[in-house]
Design a protein around this ligand. Structure first.
Ligand code: FAD
Length: 425
């Protein structure tokens, strides 16, 4: 295990939007008058729209987003634990509109790659020269027997931020002292690999502070998980005896739920909960399947040089919907993939060759109200596949002084402020 790369901050700055923009001959791009459509106004799509507008000021850029405003998932586990207001997670699209991006607040219902047309729910059809999809994830409803949209109103997933986040927070707050919270973690791949364990840490922090006779049981479809030594160290030192985690080999996967009795059934036994947080199995957002860019895995294969779909020309896919391993499904990844994709589209439309780039990701996770740990990866798309750069990146050190963890929590806050400013203005 390595410690944090000392020059990580410099690396992130190098990869920031300014760095990418500076590398481009803007004069050629100023002539491009293409129709560029983006579906999904999250960390990937909103960033792509803004960067394309700056790179190609004469292009017509349209962002199609189902919701009038965006609720960010990063930091939403703090809301679940009662440490942050949900309103701090909400972002508007006003800046994008002011920058000249057409904002269509509708759900895209279909994509015809042959006529290069997107249809939205009102029936309007929008044609494109290039389409970027960043629809995030959708849930595999009923992959766990009985877990459908109605069940999620009783057993919240809170894996898309917004009302679900509030619902889980409220249920935990209303639970009696001595109650049992049960979390179900799906098999990989899923959005934000360390997210369930950050959530477990913060729920444990809440229980220890407010309802110390309670406990948290994690039923995990995975045997190993992201930042495992750091989380396990935090759980034993900060919350001894409060968290019980069982991998699939011990308890079996969760295969069914009963909302009326708040029971989760694994392959081996039934577990009763006072509050159940069921994070269901996932796949790429439904529109990716409609567009024909998702394969049998449920996710979207891409060429990592420019995030072009390998299944449909003229469609690019970024963010959680992609198969981009070893890059995790994170806001950091989606935001950076958006910049790389926008830059390569601008180059291609200006008659320039696409070029390999270096990408990176850092995921911070809170382990308590004031402490965080992180993991960093550095990747290259040279040679047609995404792969990790050996010796770069790493985990926060184990057994660190508390000040190190507190500093990482401060860095996490700066990261959140920076990335949301860059994405939403
Ligand atoms: P999203 O941000 O989900 O955006 C997709 C957008 O597309 C949505 O606004 C949706 O409404 C829209 N959409 C979908 N389909 C359609 C359609 N048909 N028509 C119109 N609009 C559509 N990442 C980090 O980097 N750091 C963290 O600390 C972190 N913490 C997390 C904590 C939790 C609890 C969770 C659940 C996730 C966390 N993540 C974190 C992961 C991060 O939220 C996602 O990886 C990121 O949001 C992915 O961006 P995206 O653009 O692919 O999808």
């Amino acid at each position: 295990m390595t410690t944090l790369v000392p020059n990580r901050r410099d690396l992130l700055l190098t990869l920031s939007g300014t760095g990418l923009l500076a590398a481009l001959p803007l004069a050629a791009h100023a002539q491009v008058r293409a129709r560029l459509v983006i579906i999904g106004g999250g960390f990937g799509g909103a960033t792509a729209a803004r960067f394309l507008k700056r790179l190609l000021p004469e292009a017509a850029i349209t962002l199609i987003e189902a919701n009038p405003e965006y609720y960010a998932c990063p930091f939403s586990n703090l809301v679940v634990a009662g440490l942050r207001d949900l309103s701090a997670q909400r972002f508007s699209y006003d800046s994008l509109k002011a920058e000249g991006i057409e904002f269509v607040q509708e759900r895209a219902t279909d994509v015809d790659p042959v006529s290069r047309t997107v249809t939205v729910e009102s029936g309007r059809a929008l044609t494109y020269d290039k389409l970027i999809l960043s629809p995030g994830i959708d849930f595999r409803w009923n992959a766990i027997d009985g877990y459908d949209e109605a069940a999620a109103e009783v057993l919240p997933h809170a894996w898309k931020a917004g009302p679900q986040t509030r619902l889980l927070q409220q249920q935990i707050q209303d639970m009696k002292d001595g109650g049992v919270v049960v979390m179900s973690v799906p098999p990989a791949p899923f959005r934000c690999p360390p997210g369930p364990y950050e959530r477990a840490s913060l729920i444990a922090h809440y229980l220890k502070t407010h309802k110390p006779k309670s406990k948290l049981i994690i039923l995990d479809a995975q045997e190993k998980f992201s930042k495992q030594p750091l989380f396990e160290d935090a759980w034993s030192s900060l919350y001894p005896g409060l968290i019980e985690r069982y991998g699939a080999n011990e308890f079996g996967r969760v295969i069914a739920v009963s909302p009326s009795s708040r029971t989760l059934s694994t392959e081996f036994e039934d577990v009763s909960a006072d509050v159940a947080n069921v994070i269901p199995p996932q796949h790429a957002g439904v529109i990716a399947h409609r567009a024909g860019v998702a394969d049998m895995t449920g996710w979207c294969p891409i060429d990592p040089i420019d995030f072009r779909s390998t299944l449909q020309p003229d469609i690019h896919v970024i963010g959680d919907a992609t198969i981009a391993s070893p890059m995790p499904k994170s806001a950091f990844s989606a935001n950076l993939q958006a910049k790389v994709c926008a830059m390569q589209i601008a180059r291609a439309l200006s008659g320039e060759a696409v070029e390999p780039t270096t990408l990176t990701n850092t995921c911070y996770s809170y382990i308590s109200d004031r402490k965080a740990v992180s993991i960093t990866g550095v990747y290259t798309n040279d040679g047609g596949s995404l792969h990790s750069v050996e010796g770069a990146g790493g985990l926060s050190p184990l057994n660190a002084d508390p000040i190190v963890r507190e500093n990482e929590a401060l860095q996490a806050k700066t990261w959140f402020r920076t990335i949301t400013k860059q994405t939403f203005g």
